[in-house]
Ligand binder design. Structure first.
Ligand SMILES: [Zn+2]
Length: 309
């Protein structure tokens, strides 16, 4: 499914890449609303960051109003507040990781803490499911928890995005083309056509080489429009549940297709250590919802960074 609004956001996202590359140092930091006006003197004393999380802010406010005699506990609470990077200068570059079947570049943006916990977010693998680009757009400028080494791969399938098509330029469903549990599905023209063999497509090969190099600990994928996250009893199960809780998505098994050669499954079973899951957005995604999703990405990234999963 594709949305014209989402497509517009996608264009904005692509434009943002160009602007960011040209003038990232001049961009305006977009602080999360939860941080606005919540930095207290106590928090400032214990963390140099200008940002606090909504949870800790609430706690801090409560402690502060109760009386300064609780300063010990207040200080203790504040030290748990994660510092955030300065979004205006945590840009680490942009890299073309490969070329699509029709010759389009596959580009990834890199920001955050070099050498930190590597998180990868993929905006579009099915070219006509692009609402996730609005989330990617938010993740370009949102302050990151310190320690997060974030890669943003907007378009793994630039051909499909350009052609408003699920498939790449060869008519292959890239999310059936990965070399874990690959099977032959259909023929060219079939909606789940899996290609001529495992990792037959240049986009798949580029993604494999890229992730084997950066070794993401968590990889997220956006799709539409089943509005759900599948449950898992593996290590990323709690992360899925937390993401669902933060965004309101239900945990429901995805069904209705042939799920072999799936990218997220390849990541989970091939990269080590690695967690990966798909977020099925609904048919539309507002800007406000995109912000909520972007914050959820960072919240679960921080759980990974702290080793709490
Ligand atoms: Zn999809």
């Amino acid at each position: 499914m594709r949305q014209s609004a989402a497509r517009a956001n996608g264009c904005v996202a692509l434009l943002a890449v160009c602007i960011l590359v040209a003038s990232c140092s001049a961009q305006t930091t977009s602080a999360p609303a939860s941080s606005a006006g919540t930095t207290t003197s106590t928090a400032s004393a214990t963390t140099t960051s200008a940002f606090t999380t909504s949870t800790s802010s609430t706690t801090t406010s409560s402690s502060t109003t109760s009386t300064s005699s609780t300063s010990t506990s207040t200080t203790s609470t504040s030290t748990t507040v994660a510092p955030f990077t300065d979004a205006s200068n945590d840009y680490l570059g942009e890299e073309v990781i490969g070329t699509s079947a029709e010759g389009r570049p596959i580009a990834a943006m890199h920001r955050g803490t070099p050498g930190g916990t590597v998180i990868l977010v993929v905006g579009v693998i099915h070219g006509n499911e692009n609402a996730g680009l609005a989330i990617m757009n938010e993740l370009r400028t949102m302050p990151l928890p310190v320690g997060i080494d974030l890669w943003l791969l907007d378009l793994m399938n630039p051909d499909g995005y350009a052609n408003d098509d699920r498939h790449n330029g060869n008519g292959v469903d890239l999310n059936r083309n990965f070399p874990h549990d690959w099977t032959q599905i259909g023929e060219p023209g079939y909606w789940e056509y899996s290609g001529t063999g495992p990792a037959s497509e240049p986009e798949t090969q580029a993604f494999i080489a890229f992730t084997q190099r950066i070794q993401p600990e968590l990889t997220l994928w956006y799709h539409q429009d089943l509005y759900r996250i599948s449950p898992s009893n593996r290590r990323d199960g709690p992360l899925r549940e937390e993401y669902a809780r933060l965004t309101g998505l239900p945990i429901i098994t995805v069904s209705g297709g042939t799920y072999t050669g799936v990218a997220a499954t390849w990541v989970r079973n091939t990269l080590d250590p690695s967690m990966s899951f798909i977020v099925e957005l609904g048919p539309t995604l507002s800007t406000d919802e995109a912000v909520v999703h972007a914050r959820a990405v960072l919240a679960i990234s921080e759980l990974v960074h702290r080793g709490e999963v």
